[in-house]
Design a protein around this ligand. Structure first.
Ligand code: THU
Length: 160
């Protein structure tokens, strides 16, 4: 039997299509991106996380001369949030990325597989969806209402 999986997503082409809080997250992610430590790939990624108490925290990718020791912007940010606010629910995650120079022609940057898996862990932990946005520097934004849309047949604690 053949089956289909459909995913729903929203596409924004202008920052004015975003709500005030979404625009704020975009700004914070862009600000964080500027501080990325990415001397090897020169690919700069920023991430901003909105908590249930309206606080926003941000981070960026941190690379290493021993390449696999580096970490993506999403996990740098989420692990810090998880370490410091273990009981606060995460409402939204906003990611923006692109090459250090001339990032303008890049498409929106989706989270890598390992980051998708990490985000699923937090969704499962808090038992509530996290809205996820990913963007380029040209204000092209894609939104999904759950990371599960980007990782069908995900593995989580319910299998253990
Ligand atoms: N990167 C992220 O920070 N997030 C992603 O979702 C994709 C990739 C980083 C990792 C590495 O520092 C650089 O971008 C190039 O892969």
């Amino acid at each position: 039997m053949e089956k289909n999986i459909e995913i729903r997503y929203q596409q924004f082409k202008d920052r004015n299509e975003l709500s005030e809080i979404e625009q704020k997250l975009f700004e914070e992610a862009k600000k964080a991106r500027k501080n990325a430590y990415a001397p090897y790939s020169e690919f700069y990624v920023g991430c901003a996380v909105l908590l249930e108490n309206e606080e926003i925290f941000s981070g960026n990718n941190q690379e290493n001369a021993a390449f696999p020791s580096g970490l993506c912007a999403e996990r740098t940010t989420l692990f810090w949030v998880g370490a410091n606010f273990p009981d606060k629910k995460i409402k939204k995650i906003f990611i923006v990325g692109g090459p250090k120079e001339s990032a303008e022609n890049n498409p929106p940057i989706p989270p890598c597989g390992a980051c998708r898996q990490s985000i699923i862990e937090y969704e499962t932990k808090q038992n509530e969806n996290i809205e996820l946005y990913f963007a380029n520097l040209n204000d092209d934004v894609i939104k999904v209402s759950s990371i599960k849309d980007l990782l069908p047949f995900y593995f989580d604690a319910t299998f253990l």
